[in-house]
Design a binder for this molecule. Structure first.
Ligand SMILES: NC(=O)c1ccc[n+]([C@@H]2O[C@H](COP(=O)([O-])OP(=O)(O)OC[C@H]3O[C@@H](n4cnc5c(N)ncnc54)[C@H](O)[C@@H]3O)[C@@H](O)[C@H]2O)c1
Length: 260
């Protein structure tokens, strides 16, 4: 499939997990990608994999903290100049910290909101003029199943993801007349650094019983419970391509049926 052969794309959170898998999927389908992440070593891994499959010439990387307004402005502008425009923005970067809500520090609360919610806003705001110029622009944002289903010990993270969910609906309505589509990806139970470290981040006296409803009901071929980043990347490729042309202002939940 060559659904992205004429598409110019920025992906954040591109040094790990779902963002990285999305870069590889969109490169595989012919896209030109600027991959951004705060982790230089993560991006080096993304580049190495792209070069292995002969797609390195369509990949550029940029070390970026999406919560830094000035850095976002210069990085997005440079990416748009390099790509010659912009058709797709995938905002996958995020952090997660866990605590009992009454013990959540203000510092953690503010950091989580600054990266996840404000970072998504800053990236989108800067990219919007170019996405609208494209006439077929797509913003793919990452909410989470924690935004609409109760997940224990992560109220700040869930609140940031709920904010992204609402933000994306506003975008869809406000910019549809410019040809822009805005979609929320709502993952759950995907095997990434963020998900695999969740239990380590829990308060020491956490109640595992509160996690009963977060477990995927599907099983992978090797019997594992968690899905793979590629399971999400393939859905993003569909939604951001012309195959998703009638999708906007909604969530696409990819959680192995955890919330069926
Ligand atoms: N894995 C899951 O089950 C799951 C569930 C719900 C939502 N999500 C969402 O999916 C998205 C991708 O997460 P993932 O699971 O692949 O996690 P991940 O930890 O593997 O990847 C997140 C990436 O974001 C980068 N990042 C963190 N802070 C940044 C910043 N300030 N600026 C730029 N980059 C930054 C990290 O370096 C990392 O490479 C996130 O938005 C996450 O909230 C994941």
């Amino acid at each position: 499939m060559d659904r992205f052969s004429d598409r110019r794309i920025i992906v954040t959170g591109a040094g790990s997990g779902i963002g990285q898998a999305t870069v590889h999927r969109l490169l595989h389908e012919g896209g030109s990608v600027v991959a951004c992440d705060v982790s230089a070593s993560g991006l080096a891994g993304t580049t190495a994999e792209a070069e292995q499959v002969g797609a390195g010439d369509r990949l550029t990387t940029a070390v970026l903290d999406i919560s830094d307004e000035a850095a976002v402005a210069s990085t997005v502008d440079a990416a748009v100049a390099r790509l010659g425009g912009l058709d797709v923005l995938v905002n996958a970067a995020a952090i997660q910290r866990c605590a009992h809500t009454h013990e959540h520090t203000l510092d953690d609360w503010n950091t989580i909101l600054a990266v996840n919610l404000t970072g998504t806003f800053l990236m989108t705001r800067r990219a919007l003029p170019a996405l609208c110029d494209s006439g077929r622009g797509v913003v793919v944002n990452f909410t989470s199943t924690s935004a609409t289903f109760a997940h224990p010990y992560m109220s700040a993270y869930a609140a940031s993801k709920g904010g992204i969910l609402a933000f994306t609906h506003c975008l869809a309505l406000e910019y549809a007349h410019r040809g822009l589509r805005a979609i929320n990806i709502q993952p759950g139970g995907v095997s990434t650094a963020l998900a695999l470290s969740t239990l380590d981040k829990m308060p020491q006296d956490y109640d595992l019983g509160l996690w009963a409803k977060q477990t995927p009901i599907l099983r992978q071929a090797d019997g594992s419970v968690l899905g793979e980043p590629a399971h999400v990347a393939s859905v993003i490729a569909m939604a951001a391509s012309d195959d998703g042309a009638f999708i906007t202002g909604t969530e696409i939940r990819i959680d192995g049926g955890a919330h069926a």
